[in-house]
Write a protein that binds this ligand. Structure first.
Ligand code: GLA
Ligand code: ZN
Length: 664
């Protein structure tokens, strides 16, 4: 479904912070928005202090006037609740609102995203502003959707949070005895004898009690979501028909976005890849975000039209790259392409952050012209690309709890990064032309021919049973090193590793070697040899057969990659981190076993990405050339219309450097 049925175009626009500029500029802004094909503006994300100048004084006049100008210019509103940065008067009056950082430092006023999520004053005041916004603008004809706060994610370690954490733990574990058992507190004689002894875990560096650390993440993620829900409740009460989003950040560790997604109507996220980011990394994050709401179309809420200010080296996006990356988002399910920000800040932190309109305010410049060019193209696409779902035969399981469990772990190697393992699988499949979804451990997996759960250290109740029946019924499952180690409170499984997945995989892991930097082993697959490293599981075959064997070390000749028949399906285990070629080879074997098909029937040329979105009987293919040189792509049989160039194409297609085709 399009984001708004009454608005049958790709949303194109971005963050607009007009309160930084004199009013004369606003008319020019609307003129330039029209010139660049912008049809939506996100206002006023950081406007709190300019809307509420003291607890009882409000000034909506400026926002009324901006909104009228935008509306008169045909620009729709992605209306922020404006609660992301607290005004100076508010922090001065209610200091409890300011967070305490992990190192115990109480923040002073002076930034954004600095509120304690358990502060009642913050909830009262932020929902107060939300109510005013909803009452004032909820029926405005330009209003498309609500944008709650901005990039939530600040954890707090204050006393209020500690007290609330204890209440949360009591509700979860019932007794202190149970909590002591779950966290293995008899280690170092740390058994709690009173609830008041449980503190917010600030001593992260030591990774002492992972169960506690993981629970604190869960608690903070839920607490921060509580702030978001409090605003959502007000919005649903006053404007039940207006969809709600909050902008997310992709592979953002602090928040369990799967639980967040349940509270939102639309997923939106802010994509800021560095210039050297691989296409697979970007595609991975888009796919993760798409999976939060079962593949529903989503919004690219922010991207820079040119450069950032917060990276060490803020290079410009090369000509054509912004356009390519915008289409890449659409290829992975976006129905909105938006920027941060519309006009460069005249001063302060983001004066060097790229914007559609630079300080000189000119439209005869590269960045503006590229935005306007894309705007015109998107308008020409009309409703043809809207609402389509990406078709995927394989799914990667992604779990925030497992992520936390992997990275709070003390050992076996500091190199173990949860996202890397998932990305390895994604990249390999992408290079074979196979589209993946990324789903939660709770997802219905039966629609997929293959399910891959990399580095799933924590296996929560019910998951292995679900995988067991999935494989028995013919599914193909892939697991990898550092999986099936602990339960939902990070206690190790008593049958060793990979815990409850042992039967399905037909293997038992006796030991795991961690390789020093630069140290490598190799995996011998028949005649083919690939480098591997980081971790090497010493695998005992208990039903599985070997696909590859270690080449070096005292475990040379023992299996490193295995395959097991289980019911009518297959389960693969990869006990080491294969290099890229090795991963591509391994996932080729998985793809054969699961009969996964590349989008156009064959693997695309290097650096070319192909996806398909379907809506009812409408099918649209996206073909993206990430290479700085032209490339020829072989098409499946039939003829297609390129919706961008309006030309008919068949058999093959030549894409220019960074070129894109949208084929119908
Ligand atoms: C984030 C924020 C924006 C802005 C950009 C800059 O995405 O949401 O307000 O600060 O970063 O890249
Ligand atoms: Zn707090």
């Amino acid at each position: 479904m399009p984001i708004d049925l009454k608005f049958p175009f790709i949303l194109h626009g971005g963050d607009y912070n007009p309160d930084q500029w004199p009013e004369e500029v606003w008319d020019e802004d609307v003129r330039l928005m029209n010139l660049s094909g912008v049809n939506v503006a996100t206002v006023p994300v950081f406007g709190w202090g300019n809307l509420q100048t003291s607890e009882d004084t409000w000034d909506f006049g400026w926002l009324d006037r901006v909104i009228e100008k935008l509306h008169a210019g045909g620009i729709r509103l992605c209306l922020a609740t404006a609660t992301a940065a607290t005004p100076p008067w508010l922090d001065a009056k209610y200091p409890d609102i300011l967070v305490v950082e992990r190192d115990g430092r109480k923040r002073k006023h002076g930034s954004r995203h600095t509120f304690c999520p358990n502060s009642e004053n913050f909830k009262r005041l932020s929902t107060g502003l939300t109510r005013k916004m909803a009452e004032r603008y909820g029926k405005h004809p330009a209003l498309l959707l609500w944008h709650v706060s901005n990039e939530y994610g600040n954890y707090c370690y204050c006393e209020t949070c500690s007290v609330a954490f204890r209440t949360w733990l009591k509700a979860k574990y019932g007794t202190l005895k149970e909590l002591n058992h779950r966290y293995n507190m008899s280690f170092w004689g740390q058994t709690y004898t009173d609830w008041s002894q449980v503190e917010a875990p600030q001593d992260l560096a030591q990774r002492n009690f992972q169960g506690l650390l993981i629970d604190y993440n869960r608690f903070q993620s839920e607490s921060i979501l509580g702030c978001c829900k409090a605003e959502i409740e007000v919005l649903r009460e006053i404007t039940p028909d207006v969809p709600i989003t909050t902008n997310m950040m992709g592979t953002f560790k602090p928040l369990d976005y799967h639980s967040w997604a349940k509270e939102l109507d639309i997923i939106s996220w802010d994509s800021y890849p560095s210039r050297s980011a691989e296409p697979a990394e970007m595609a991975f994050r888009h796919t993760l975000m798409r999976g939060l709401k079962d593949g529903q179309p989503w919004m690219l809420m922010e991207q820079t039209p040119s450069q950032q200010n917060w990276q060490a080296y803020n290079s410009l996006k090369r000509p054509g790259v912004m356009r390519l990356w915008s289409y890449q988002a659409m290829a992975h399910g976006a129905d909105a392409v938006m920027y941060f920000q519309w006009r460069r800040s005249p001063g302060a932190q983001e004066m060097f952050h790229g914007a559609v309109v630079e300080h000189a305010g000119r439209s005869d410049v590269r960045v503006f012209q590229e935005v306007a060019g894309l705007g015109a193209e998107l308008a020409r696409l009309g409703p043809d690309t809207l609402g389509g779902r990406v078709k995927a035969e394989a799914a990667i399981v992604f779990d925030w709890d497992a992520w936390w469990a992997v990275e709070f772990s003390s050992g076996p190697t500091v190199e173990l990064q949860y996202v890397d393992g998932c990305l390895d699988a994604f990249r390999a499949l992408m290079s074979l032309g196979i589209t993946c979804d990324i789903v939660s451990v709770d997802a219905d997996l039966n629609q997929y021919k293959a399910v891959i759960a990399p580095t799933l250290k924590m296996v929560k109740p019910g998951f292995s049973e679900k995988i067991g029946s999935y494989v028995k019924n013919g599914g193909v499952f892939v697991s990898s090193y550092f999986s099936g180690i602990t339960d939902e409170t990070d206690r190790s499984f008593s049958n060793g590793y990979p815990g409850p997945l042992q039967d399905i995989l037909g293997v038992w892991i006796e030991e795991t070697d961690a390789l020093a930097p630069g140290e490598k082993n190799a995996a011998q697959f028949g005649d083919l040899r690939f480098e591997c490293g980081m971790l090497c599981d010493l695998i005992r075959l208990e039903g599985a057969s070997r696909l590859a064997t270690y080449v070096k070390e005292f475990y040379a000749g023992s299996p490193c990659v295995t395959e097991n028949s289980y019911g009518s399906g297959k389960a693969f285990y990869c006990g080491t981190r294969l290099d890229r070629e090795g991963a591509r080879h391994f996932y080729g074997l998985v793809a054969d076993a699961a009969a996964l098909s590349p989008v156009f029937g064959i693997a695309p040329p290097d650096g070319v990405e192909v996806t398909t979105r379907t809506a009812g009987d409408k099918t649209v293919h996206y073909v993206l050339n990430h290479n700085p040189v032209p490339v020829e792509v072989v098409l499946p049989s039939g003829s297609f219309t390129d919706l961008i160039s309006r030309k008919l194409v068949s058999r093959s297609l030549t894409l220019s450097a960074y070129g894109v085709a949208v084929l119908k």
